[in-house]
Design a protein around this ligand. Structure first.
Ligand SMILES: Nc1ncnc2c1ncn2[C@@H]1O[C@H](COP(=O)(O)OP(=O)(O)OP(=O)(O)O)[C@@H](O)[C@H]1O
Ligand SMILES: [Mg+2]
Length: 255
């Protein structure tokens, strides 16, 4: 198995009007092709910053990083698909056009692009909604469409930043099952940020735990449940034990 992402003592310092903010401090991390990694950590510890650096939206300020054989921060495009907490679909475009957006921002969509987009919509059960506008879909359906949009240009890395944080628990469980299936069917490498420890344990093959800001990696925990995950897993003692092990990192120590 080859390594897709390799971060070597990566730092990120934001220069602000009131001084420097150290968001990431010495992040060393390797992610294999096809792996599903979840990142958990307290609010403000630099998780979104880490994804933005991987997506080339932000530049790191120290250390080095490689994605798909190319240096981070260099001129790369199209190798990452990102899903945000809100679906961020454009209200005036229909769902198909929204899914095709990463393509049409660069060039005219071909018949193959449209077929690929429709195939993705079918995979998430939204075939009948291709010609609807975002407001005609539920929050969970919009988030499914956002996942299709992140996958339409065949990125090598799928980045998910709290994608289901705004959804109710049942929709969230259902989408977690879907994300697991999409990951298995598309063989993508995925990095998921979440505040939900059960969600991290349910979906990931490895859970990375970060410290409060400045974000450092304080644990890297393998999740040995195989690739296919079903909701039964949530009730098993093994699942509870791993979740508890991770939760202990966030316990406030009594004085
Ligand atoms: N563009 C920016 N300019 C200055 N500071 C920033 C910027 N973006 C983030 N920060 C700071 O960097 C730190 C990390 O922010 P980041 O958004 O990466 O955290 P996070 O772990 O994703 O938090 P949350 O869980 O709340 O989403 C925070 O202290 C934040 O204030
Ligand atoms: Mg964030």
């Amino acid at each position: 198995m080859s390594t897709l992402v390799e971060l070597d003592r990566l730092d990120k310092v934001y220069a602000t009007g009131t001084g420097d903010v150290v968001a990431l401090d010495g992040i060393t991390l390797a992610i294999d092709e096809g792996e599903f990694v979840a990142v958990v950590g307290p609010s403000g510890c630099g998780k979104t910053t880490l994804l933005k650096i991987l997506a080339n939206i932000e530049q790191h300020t120290g250390g080095a990083g490689i994605l798909g054989g190319k240096e981070l921060g260099g001129n790369r495009s199209g190798d990452v698909g990102m899903v945000f907490q809100k679906a961020t679909l454009l209200p005036w475009l229909d769902i198909l056009a929204n899914v095709l957006l990463p393509v049409t921002l660069k060039r005219r969509a071909t018949r193959q692009d449209t077929a690929a987009a429709l195939g993705l919509l079918e995979m998430v059960g939204l075939s009948e909604f291709a010609r609807k506008r975002p407001h005609e879909l539920s929050g969970g359906m919009q988030q499914r469409a956002a996942i299709c949009r992140a996958l339409v240009h065949e990125p090598s890395l799928l980045l998910l930043d709290e994608p289901f944080g705004a959804l109710d628990a049942m929709t969230r469980d259902q989408l977690n099952v879907e994300v697991n299936r999409i990951w298995r069917e598309t063989h993508k490498t995925a990095v998921l940020i979440t505040h939900s420890i059960p969600e991290a344990v349910f979906l990931a093959e490895r859970v990375i735990v970060m410290s409060p800001r400045p974000g450092r990696i304080i644990a890297d925990i393998p999740i040995p449940f195989g690739k296919e995950r079903t909701l039964d897993l949530l009730g098993t003692p093994e699942f509870a034990a791993l979740s508890a092990q991770i939760r202990r990192f966030f316990e406030v120590k009594a004085a």
